[in-house]
Design a protein around this ligand. Structure first.
Ligand code: COA
Length: 189
């Protein structure tokens, strides 16, 4: 089973299919759970899916066909982010990890200046958090009450990262969480 990224043309040949995908799916862990047609079209026309900072790809499965999209963000920066959205009928079928691996491989293989790759999700998006961990990404932050939820209390936003050097070597560099190190080095001054 392979998943590949196919760059889409959001304002041209792929516009209608992209609008249909964005407006036809439910995204329970995004700031906006559903996207109105007018908003999808306005965002596409404003460059949110392809401009200097963004680029978007269909996720294509060799047997199932098109299973979703991934949008890359902050592309003018050496540390881009992504937004991965698998179509509802393909969720919960083990496609999250290969989709994230294909995205990570694409970014590091085709973007030589990218030193690290980042992603964030809501704390209650268990499937996405498991995907990050299973794909070898490292949790780097847990921003308490940072994710606004309409009509409810905010939840935490959890941040994960992948270093190019870890991707190249297949290693995992842990986060040095222990602040006692700072305290002991201050004592030594
Ligand atoms: C989040 C998303 C990418 C995960 O991909 P997926 O293909 O649905 O997930 P998988 O089937 O690969 O499952 C990954 C893990 O999460 C678990 N899982 C899947 N759906 C789950 C759910 N609804 N609740 C709890 N756990 C779930 C699976 O059991 C699996 O755990 P395991 O590794 O211990 O076996 C996908 O569901 C999606 O696109 N959701 C909507 C958009 C979104 O939230 N994107 C994330 C923003 S970055």
């Amino acid at each position: 089973m392979t998943i590949t990224l196919a760059r889409l043309d959001p304002t041209g040949a792929d516009r209608a299919d992209l609008v249909a995908f964005l407006t036809g799916e439910d995204f329970p862990f995004h700031v906006r759970r559903t996207i109105a047609r007018v908003d999808a079209e306005a965002a596409i026309d404003a460059g949110a899916y392809r401009d200097d900072e963004h680029d978007t790809y269909w996720l294509e499965h060799d047997e199932l066909g098109r299973i979703g999209i991934v949008r890359l963000e902050d592309l003018a920066d050496p540390v881009p982010l992504f937004d991965l959205r698998i179509a509802g009928r393909f969720r919960g079928r083990g496609l999250g990890v290969p989709a994230l691996r294909a995205t990570t491989d694409h970014v590091f293989r085709t973007m030589g200046d990218v030193t690290r790759f980042e992603g964030q999700t809501r704390e209650d998006n268990v499937a996405m958090r498991r995907v990050f961990v299973r794909a070898g990404w490292v949790k780097e932050a847990h921003y308490r009450e940072a994710w606004p939820v309409e009509g409810a209390a905010p939840v935490a936003s959890v941040a994960y990262g992948m270093l190019r050097r870890d991707w190249e070597s297949g290693t995992v560099t842990p986060v040095p969480w222990d602040d006692d190190v700072i305290a002991s080095s201050e004592r030594g001054r």
